[in-house]
Design a protein. Structure first.
Length: 346
């Protein structure tokens, strides 16, 4: 069957906010975020020895941290991503806390931020504004103001490279400048092909529930895909990792059917035994009537591969939203939930 690269008519009707343009700005977001992280005044922190780092955030802000943690697997940094109202019990004066909230009003982040101040943690703020900026200004904390006017999840690349540069400047990780310098060029060169593949994959997944599988080394990338299926395409989506899923989730395959579509994100540096597990699991799914799409993720560097995979996921879920005649930018159910929950007093 020929690949389907067609799109719904009247694309503008379903994407009045032009999310496609936001997604395709990812190459420029690399240098933008890195430069913002380079400019922030870290006086008072540069001479402090931090034994560990906590990134507090929710949604797209936390995903920036999760992807960063996967990327920094070869660095001996104790890095924790905190998606909660409170901090781990061990956080204290030797802990650097980077509080990330696009709006600056995320209640879990505000709560954990307040606790970090009380415990004497080092603090850096990454936000557009809101209450987080207001509180940070009162205590004269370092603030990185990121560009406004986007969906929070679209700012993830900016936040990622802001945080990476801050960690470099505080000598908590080795210098990644050379690798970062390649990412923007790599993404720009790959973008046309990635977009074409995303259009095709969105047609294959349409009408089915996606299952996104990766190795544990790249679990954050699979999680990004899952969340983008949820927020962009307004569809259920699930993710898991090898080889953990071979110890639990695969038993559920007994009751799978053609209403699911499995997407295997295969990185060329996945452990050889994991690659074998992927092959065998793929065959099991196919025999049970589940469609499977294998996607080989390649690139000159680990960072380039990770963000190429993110770009493919962002575009796939964007085009799926158009096929489903839904606005990829809006998150009406999330906003309605927040209204019903009511204000949170920090």
């Amino acid at each position: 069957m020929a690949e389907d690269y067609s799109l719904p008519q009247e694309v503008e009707k379903y994407d009045p906010d032009n999310m496609r343009q936001d997604i395709l700005q990812m190459p420029s977001q690399v240098s933008q975020g890195y430069q913002l992280g380079d400019k922030v005044d870290l006086a008072g922190l540069e001479d402090t020895h931090f034994s560990d780092v906590i990134i507090i955030g929710m949604g797209g802000s936390s995903i920036a941290g999760l992807i960063l943690k996967d990327y920094l697997q070869t660095d001996p940094l104790k890095l924790v991503i905190n998606q909660d109202y409170s901090l781990p019990v061990w956080a204290g004066q030797g802990t650097l806390v980077i509080a990330c909230s696009y709006s600056g009003n995320t209640e879990e982040t505000l709560s954990a931020f307040k606790e970090a101040r009380r415990r004497g943690c080092g603090l850096v703020i990454v936000t557009v504004g809101g209450k987080l900026e207001e509180q940070a200004k009162v205590t004269r904390l370092p603030i990185v103001k990121i560009p406004s006017g986007h969906q929070p999840r679209s700012s993830m690349p900016v936040q990622f490279f802001v945080i990476l540069r801050i960690l470099e400047r505080l000598r908590l990780v080795s210098d990644k400048g050379a690798e970062v310098g390649r990412v923007a060029a790599d993404l720009k060169a790959q973008a046309p092909g990635i977009e074409k593949n995303a259009i095709s994959l969105s047609e294959k997944v349409a009408g089915r529930t996606p299952l996104v599988y990766t190795s544990s080394k790249f679990s954050s990338v699979g999680y990004r895909w899952k969340c983008q299926f949820n927020e962009n395409a307004k569809t259920p989506g699930f993710c898991h990792t090898f080889s953990e899923l071979n110890h639990n989730e695969m038993d559920g395959f007994e009751n799978l059917n053609a209403s699911f579509h499995a997407v295997f994100l295969r990185f060329e540096d996945d452990f050889r035994r994991v690659q074998q597990r992927m092959d065998l699991t793929r065959d099991i799914l196919l025999k049970r009537g589940v469609a499977v799409t294998d996607i080989g993720i390649r690139g000159p560097t680990r960072l380039s591969k990770m963000f190429a995979a993110v770009l493919l996921g962002d575009l796939t879920t964007y085009f799926l939203a158009l096929r489903l005649r839904t606005n990829p930018s809006k998150v009406d159910l999330i906003e309605e939930f927040k209204r019903k929950l009511g204000p949170f007093v920090v």
